[in-house]
Ligand binder design. Sequence first.
Ligand SMILES: [Zn+2]
Length: 349
Amino acid sequence: MNFLSDTERIRYSRQIVLPDIGEEGQLKLKRARILIAGMGGLGTFSSLLLAEIGVGFLRIVDRDIVEHTNLHRTPLYTTKDLNRAKVEVAAERLKRLNPELVVEPFACHLDASNIEELMEDIDIVIDALDNFETRRIINRESYKRKIPLLFAGVGARSGNLAIFNLKEDSLCLDCLYHGILDDELETCDIIGIHPALLPIITGIQIHEAIEVIIKGSSILDGSLLFIDLNSLNFDQIPIHKNPICPVCSTENYIQDFESINDYRVLDICGGDNYMFVPGKKKIFELEKIYNDLKSLYSISTKGKLAVTIDFTNNIKITLFKGGNVLIRGSSSPENAQQIWDTLKTKISG
Ligand SMILES: [Zn+2]
């Protein structure tokens, strides 16, 4: 594992020549050990890229079989694979694509009983899941072990990306989406999923995974990238540790709150960004909020986890499904409070 073979030098020559990769970077990729949680649309595209680029080890986990409804967005599966375990088919295809790759398939439901085993000796976790119950399990474990976690979520024509655990005091997935229950989210059989979204989201996700492997950093760190194919808007939203996060916060401010309507402004993000967090569990009905606001403001982006509006030319407000509100462009916390108080009167969700 300490050198590249002549064949590898040729195979990867077009990326070795890229600044910041080189032979040293390629060797780091060869040594990297990655867990991909979920082998649906996201996982098949991301594993394909990782196999092509020369990552040495992939552990892939999925409990499902290949079904007809998967085939429009899963490049590793064909009609001949129907009813076979996804991870088994994926492992075969990935090995065929790159025989040097070591693939460990796990056909199981990822839960608290097996997460420690699945995370063992892993350098990076790729979240390619479709539910928050399992995401919370990998979020807790990767936060505990300080393993970089690349979150991706998709629905219809929009998606989100973020990276956690690059720094000691990193925020975590629960800082953003604490309290969301899967029953409260529309699933892809209801809202659908545009297959063209997946190579875009996973392309960026894997680009950042490679940055982390080679440089130990990512331009995505500290932000949530929101991609909306309807508007072709790529919005990089600053995100910060939530002081009432049950996973990564050491303080507990939650007792200060009296009701679900109480919001605390976090001194945030530096500059002119202010985050409001709810005191108790609060879930926004984003579809309802979108309907309330669409005639009043221009909608910048709309997804199943967040809606961003242009409050004025200079002020953008993002409402996250999990109850957080981010105001960008405000002149002071007091001004942000006024803006939030104004907006609150216009939404019913
Ligand atoms: Zn957290």
